[in-house]
Design a protein around this ligand. Structure first.
Ligand code: ZN
Length: 276
């Protein structure tokens, strides 16, 4: 797989021994450490994220209503390459089909070490805080799950341009992002009623949800970055609770689906796109 490029000069990197990638143009080399190939590390991200990555672990998130097998939305073809952007401890790549290859990309080395220790076959792990060290048009599928809510608009725009660059022309990508309802309205109210205090939003630029957005806003951003939307949906809180499901379905039948999306219990959205 000659798909890695040098972040310094963009030349193709060559494997030199088992644990080293070398740029024969500028002489830089990149080492594999504990199963993770390190291109660059950012101390600030690492410090903040390494304390929080247990929180991001999806074994916990899977307790939430509607959490599902995101990989199945893309149904990767045999022999294709999947890139997980912001893979954290790698939980979503555990459902990589055995016929595919995958790359888990993250800013946190410690989360990636945990990911690598899962021993998932056909998955490589990359640590970088500055874009993907990957060739243009080298990836078939991208998954980006619960990432954009941690980024500013400018960071999202930069990320989407880089995703578009590495996706091949028939490439597909999937974005999952938390909506504002739960964090901004439900959780504080829930805590106020049950515990007698309001929980402030985590506004930390490294760990907080600094850019919560509805499905509609994410779709707009994706379109403006030259992706076409192939499907999008909202996961409502309490979806597995039958009476609540009837309530939401009834609102949709009454033509109030988008109102329900804005004001009632939207937990997160799933959006699939094609490269235009
Ligand atoms: Zn180089």
């Amino acid at each position: 797989m000659d798909i890695y490029i040098c972040p310094k000069c963009s030349q193709t990197l060559k494997q030199d021994g088992v644990h080293k990638l070398v740029c024969f143009n500028c002489g830089k080399h990149y080492l594999e450490n504990r199963g993770v190939t390190v291109f660059s590390q950012n101390k600030k991200w690492e410090e903040n994220y390494s304390g929080a990555h247990e929180y991001y672990s999806s074994e916990k998130l899977s307790m939430l209503d509607g959490d599902e097998d995101y990989m199945s939305y893309l149904a990767p073809q045999p022999d294709s390459l999947v890139l997980d952007v912001g893979c954290g401890d790698g939980v979503y790549l555990t459902s990589t089909p055995s016929s595919c290859n995958a790359i888990g990309f993250d800013v946190s080395f410690s989360a990636l070490v945990k990911a690598a220790s899962r021993g998932i076959p056909n998955v490589k792990w990359i640590c970088s805080d500055d874009g993907f060290p990957l060739k243009d048009n080298s990836v078939d599928y991208v998954i980006c799950i619960f990432v954009v809510e941690h980024l500013t608009d400018a960071q999202i725009s930069k990320l989407l341009k880089d995703i578009r660059r590495v996706l091949n022309k028939n490439g597909k990508a999937l974005f999952v992002t938390d909506g504002p309802f739960y964090d901004v309205y439900f959780r504080p109210l829930f805590n106020l009623v049950l515990r007698g205090f309001l929980t402030p939003l985590d506004k930390d630029p490294y760990t907080g949800h600094i850019n919560l957005m509805q499905r509609i806003k994410l779709s707009k951003i994706l379109k403006s970055e030259n992706f076409s939307i192939s499907s999008s949906k909202v996961i409502f809180m309490g979806w597995r609770f039958l009476p609540f499901r009837f309530f939401i379905v009834a609102l949709k039948k009454l033509g109030l689906g988008s109102m329900a999306e804005y004001f009632f219990c939207s937990k997160y959205s799933i959006t699939c796109v094609n490269k235009k």
